[in-house]
Design a protein around this ligand. Structure first.
Ligand code: MEV
Length: 314
């Protein structure tokens, strides 16, 4: 019998992926088009899990679930119930490994379901802290951006070490999110950028600095409804992300098709090396045409994302 439920959405990084790991600001939006649901029931024996990757005892689960194993242990300890046997059932329509935050969303749903099961109120701070424990297993050195955005469900301006802030949005635009169909490789991309940075700091630091400046410009454009300005910052950011080798042929193809067909801006989103890209359009009609172009160019899935529907904090 289900005794606790937790739900979470994904996220889209609008600006600042990778440079956020180096202390630069980033902006991320909640991605409410797809979600993850985790339900929990108690049982006498060892912890078990059912999800797309695996069904069985948590202790025997494949390495892709290492973060969940650590998370369950840490959350039960936090709740002072380390001995309680639980059974997790995770259902998702958020595609995994596409830069849409599915790993952090699974973690948020798991933590929420366990707190719900024990009827303990959950603060956003405890939620982010617990989720970051799992993120540290999935990624080399997570910035905390994914956990923060997904835990809050709001438009987040995030900089490591600073208080996160919620951005007021006044934007009449539509973002098309397109899936290359190829698994993104965040962990590998993050560690390759680190190697590049260690080898060539004089080349890489100015790129990271410029990505930080573009995020600042974008936050201004979000609150002043400057779609043209926002689009330009997105396209410039994509060029810089390409220079640090986190794009790939599938992303390049979709970004160039978007620009050639009148997108106001386009870039990869998330860790890169596969995964998803985003294209900014001025209306739903334009976004529908854009989605058709992107699908014709190989996108395996597209979602519309009306920026007016996003919860902002005012
Ligand atoms: C991954 O969604 C975003 C990266 O910036 C990594 C991170 O922030 O930890 C690539």
């Amino acid at each position: 019998m289900t005794i606790g439920v937790g739900v979470a959405n994904g996220k889209i990084i609008l600006m600042g992926e990778h440079s956020v790991v180096y202390g630069k600001p980033a902006i991320a939006l909640p991605f409410s088009k797809a979600s993850i649901r985790c339900s929990v029931d108690f049982h006498e024996s060892e912890n078990s899990i059912r999800c797309i990757y695996y069904e069985g005892l948590l202790v025997d689960a494949p390495s892709v679930l290492d973060g969940v194993k650590v998370l369950v242990e840490s959350t039960l300890k936090h709740l002072d119930k380390p001995e309680q046997g639980i059974n997790l059932n995770i259902e998702s329509d958020l595609p995994p490994q596409r830069g849409l935050g599915s790993s952090a969303a699974v973690s948020v749903a798991v933590v929420r379901s366990l707190f719900d099961a024990f009827k303990v109120p959950l603060s956003e701070e405890d939620l982010s802290n617990l989720v970051n424990i799992a993120e540290a297993v999935h990624h080399v050195n997570p910035s905390g951006l994914d956990a923060s955005t997904i835990a809050s469900g709001k438009v987040v301006y995030y900089q490591h070490g600073s208080e996160k802030r919620f951005i007021p949005m006044h934007l009449n635009g539509v973002i098309v999110v397109a899936d290359t169909g190829k698994h993104g490789q965040t962990k590998q991309a993050v560690s390759e950028v680190r190697d590049l940075w260690i080898k060539n700091p004089d080349d890489i630091n100015p790129i990271l600095d410029r990505l930080g400046e573009l995020t600042l410009e974008a936050s201004e454009y979000l609150s002043t409804n400057n779609l043209i300005g926002l689009g330009k910052t997105m396209t410039e950011a994509h060029g810089l992300l390409r220079k640090i080798n986190v794009s790939d042929d599938t992303l390049e193809q979709l970004v160039s098709v978007a620009i050639a067909n009148g997108a106001l801006g386009a870039k990869l989103t998330g860790g890169g090396k596969g995964g998803c890209m985003i294209a900014l359009c001025s209306s739903t009609k334009e976004a529908e045409k854009m989605a058709t172009h992107l699908r014709n160019a190989g996108a395996t899935n597209t979602w519309f994302y009306d920026l007016q529907e996003i919860i902002s904090d005012e």
